[in-house]
Design a protein around this ligand. Structure first.
Ligand code: ZN
Length: 177
């Protein structure tokens, strides 16, 4: 890894949360029974990566939703318009495990950038955006990573079999908490 994460502004926010006792940490087993909409931290390890899918998707610059190709034109169905305002973002599905079980977590752009150590544009420049499967060298950045994952829990989402990760702090940062 290339960066001293603890110098990032995001890390200071996380540090604040933990040092003040506001951070709510749950096990994966507890997470499934939560009914209060909130964000929670889970300490776990990435034990698998879904490398059958691409590591990125084309997203709308305005709303962040996926861009669809309609008759050769790019379209955002959220914004309901044809658009030229789109960028690639990372989106990687991983399996995170702790002592109580395992769950599917979806790591979005910032979390992936942190683990891979470079922006999505650099990876696309190397492998191309049409890579249908994840290159092994990218997968290796995820496998075995231990950290605290901040996940979004909402009552509307309880039927879903995955959790979106909003923030992530890796093991070497946790030691500073
Ligand atoms: Zn949009």
């Amino acid at each position: 890894m290339t960066t001293f994460w603890s110098t990032e502004p995001e890390f200071h926010g996380i540090y604040e949360e933990f040092s003040s006792g506001r951070a709510r940490v749950r096990t994966l087993n507890e997470l499934r029974d939560l009914i209060e909409d909130s964000v929670y931290w889970v300490e776990g390890r990435i034990v698998d990566v879904d490398s059958t899918k691409s590591f990125c998707f084309l997203s709308c610059r305005i709303c962040g939703k996926q861009i669809e190709d309609v008759d050769g034109m790019k379209r955002c169905f959220q914004c309901a318009e044809y658009t030229f305002k789109y960028i690639f973002r990372y989106n990687v599905e991983v399996i995170v495990a702790d002592d109580t079980g395992s769950s599917t977590f979806v790591l979005q752009n910032k979390a992936c950038e942190k683990l891979i150590g470079k922006p999505v544009a650099d990876v696309i420049a190397q492998y191309g955006d049409t890579a249908r499967t994840m290159p092994q060298s990218i997968k290796e950045n995820f496998l075995g990573q231990k950290g605290l994952f901040e996940v979004v829990v909402s009552s509307e989402q309880t039927h879903l079999q995955f959790f979106n990760v909003s923030r992530l702090t890796v093991d070497k940062e946790i030691k500073e908490l």
